[in-house]
Design a protein around this ligand. Structure first.
Ligand SMILES: [Zn+2]
Length: 424
């Protein structure tokens, strides 16, 4: 089912025209924001979507510097809601919505759910945090728009979540992939069979995950698992998501303009090349952003999709630009360690990578946890894992058995501790 075929299947030349018109409206709107008014070229009204190079970038640091209302294009009394990002230190980033923005957001989340096979009348179990985090309430609005019954379970209270799924038989689950793995693990311990819940689809986002995790989740729950991508700065969930072909994530191009840049030179890269995703909002009223540097690494996939949607796809997010670590000259994302780790059924699906320096030399070790510590031959397991990491990723890493935090109730698990520059 395509929720809004008029927009989602629009002819691409008409879509480019619509984007140009909406970009110009956005440029007029940000004229009211001193941060942008000072940085915009004089001929902003003439800019087209193919000539955005003259427009300024916006960084996460800019968002923090303008806290709380510096980047808002409407006065506080015209806002319907605010959310805040789960910033790691210091001030959060505050994002805001007018009533129209909330309506746009609900529509985009309805498109996302329909893309994974959700239908009116479905029961949807939402195991994402409700609150300042955009995940829970964002999906909630989309599910209501589509006509689903929502179970607003939020994150945490894992036993109760399993009980509800067992008794209510939802058609769909929306969660972070790490929390879904945790649900499956606890189900096993407490005697639930997740396959008997009757779930048809699971939709996962808010953190990078791998095909191995997809296979594991599908095996445990018996559903089809879909990837989705969103970020609070651009509304929340609903920015990009997989259709039934699961060959990349369609990005809602009638509301967002994507570019891929080389994060070092900030030059635009051609379709197919991997770099940092940059997004410009095209319809947001309260919190419009120009060329926002998302920090997420992906590529644009311009080939047509058999589903009929014409919106461009982005590749699965490979990791965060700032999470990419360089160990003895090798580029590495935590999700790649995860992929290797998950091929070991004896291990829990959680890990932490620790980096430190001895003199000039980088050292790395991965902390892992055995599923059944009493039975595991830890020395032999460690040796096999070390060999697999060296073979598949090209780096040498120590392996240590420890208790690893599982990220329950949090939005993102902390996966890399880099102590090489005195930063932890
Ligand atoms: Zn498609």
């Amino acid at each position: 089912m395509i929720y809004n075929s008029q927009m989602e299947c629009m002819d691409r030349s008409a879509l480019r025209q619509l984007q140009t018109q909406r970009l110009r409206e956005t440029l007029r709107r940000v004229g009211a924001v001193p941060f942008y008014a000072d940085r915009l070229p004089g001929n902003g009204a003439a800019v087209s979507v193919d000539e955005t190079d003259s427009l300024p970038f916006t960084t996460k640091q800019d968002l923090r510097d303008q806290y709380p209302f510096g980047l808002f294009a409407v006065p506080q009394r015209e806002l319907a809601r605010v959310h805040a990002t789960s910033g790691t230190r210091g001030k959060p980033t505050l994002v805001g919505y007018t009533r129209n923005d909330l309506a746009t957001w609900a529509e985009l989340c309805a498109r996302l759910l329909a893309g994974a096979g959700a239908r009116p009348g479905d029961t949807l179990h939402v195991a994402l945090n409700y609150g300042l985090f955009t995940g829970g309430l964002g999906i909630h609005g989309g599910a209501e728009r589509l006509g689903c019954m929502v179970v607003p379970a939020s994150a945490g209270s894992t036993h109760r979540q399993l009980l509800l799924m067992n008794d209510l038989h939802p058609a769909g689950l929306k969660a972070t992939p790490s929390y879904a793995l945790h649900l499956a693990e606890v189900a096993e311990q407490e005697g639930f069979d997740p396959r008997s819940f009757g779930l048809r689809y699971g939709i996962f986002g808010a953190e990078p995950w791998s095909e191995t995790v997809r296979a594991r989740l599908e095996d445990r729950f018996g559903f089809r698992a879909y990837d989705s991508y969103g970020l609070s700065e651009m509304l929340g969930p609903g920015v990009a998501w997989e259709c039934g072909h699961r060959n990349g994530l369609h990005l809602a191009e009638d509301h967002f303009l994507p570019e891929i840049i080389d994060p070092a030179t900030r030059r635009r890269l051609p379709p197919g090349e991997e770099g940092e995703l940059v997004l410009t909002s095209l319809t947001k009223e309260a919190y419009p952003l120009l060329r926002f540097r998302t920090g997420d690494r992906t590529a644009l996939l311009p080939d047509p999709c058999p589903c009929g949607r014409t919106h461009i796809r982005i590749d699965r997010i490979r990791g965060r630009v700032d999470e990419m670590v360089i160990i003895r000259g090798v580029n590495l994302f935590p999700t790649e360690v995860e992929r290797v780790l998950l091929s070991f059924p004896e291990l829990q699906p959680r890990y932490q990578v620790r980096l430190w320096r001895d003199g000039a030399l980088d050292n790395a070790e991965v902390l892992v946890e055995a599923r059944r510590p009493a039975e595991a031959d830890q020395a032999a397991l460690a040796h096999r894992l070390k060999t697999a990491i060296k073979q598949e990723l090209g780096v040498s890493m120590g392996v240590r058995f420890a208790s690893v935090p599982d990220g329950e109730g949090r939005n993102k698990a902390l996966r890399v501790i880099d102590e090489r520059n005195g930063v932890s």
